[in-house]
Design a protein around this ligand. Structure first.
Ligand SMILES: [Zn+2]
Length: 205
């Protein structure tokens, strides 16, 4: 008996998928039957496979929601690997609990925090149920620190605003790892309110 549910988490570019692929490869050598699943929302992958930034890849089955996972899993599957857990609906928590009860070994990856620095989707619950959690850090794209723990969203080359929509059509959008000191989150609304407030304070005087 080993771990039933492992999560590899951390910010963008911390090597989550690479670590997942490493674990899967070992299990395949150990003659375990591994099924790799990822959500359709993941636009990074070009086809039905997951690819780490260093070029390793593995075939994957794309699913639209968490319910589809239970339909896919067979009695003969030993290991269920799930990439990009943060993109799943809340139902993923119960799906994983069922799989754990069935004796499957589940290895998942996912971003712990979104670009606003807030817990990403079902990740807080999943991290609580996991019996092994590895938090990886990335290299900060701004200062080179080895402790990048946040995902920086950039829109047209500038740090994204807190209130920017999750999907921006036509904008040049990128994400990069940043350490806590370099991570920037614009808050236009707060700045404007603050400006109004200082104008009021001055007017009162
Ligand atoms: Zn930094």
């Amino acid at each position: 008996m080993g771990y039933r549910f492992e999560i590899i988490t951390g910010p963008m570019s911390c090597g989550k998928t690479e670590e997942l692929l490493r674990r899967i490869r070992r299990l395949i050598i150990a003659k375990k039957k591994v099924k790799v699943i990822s959500p359709t929302i993941d636009t990074r992958a070009k086809g039905d496979y997951i690819e780490s930034r260093n070029g390793l890849w593995l075939d994957t089955i794309k699913v639209k929601n968490s319910e589809e996972i239970l339909e896919l899993v067979n009695e003969t599957d030993d290991v269920i690997a799930i990439d990009e857990l943060q993109f799943f609906d809340e139902g993923i928590v119960d799906v994983i609990k069922v799989l754990m009860k069935q004796g499957k070994r589940i290895i998942g990856t996912g971003l712990d925090l979104d670009f606003k620095g807030e817990p990403f989707g079902p990740m807080p619950m999943l991290l609580a149920y996991a019996d092994k959690v590895d938090k990886l850090t990335a290299i900060c794209m701004k200062c080179g620190s080895e402790y990048a723990v946040r995902t920086q969203r950039m829109i047209d080359g500038k740090p994204a605003d807190k209130n920017s929509p999750l999907i921006m059509i036509g904008a040049d959008e990128t994400y990069e790892a940043r350490c806590l000191d370099c991570w920037e989150l614009g808050d236009k609304q707060h700045d404007e309110n603050h400006k109004k407030l200082s104008v009021l304070t001055i007017a009162k005087r």
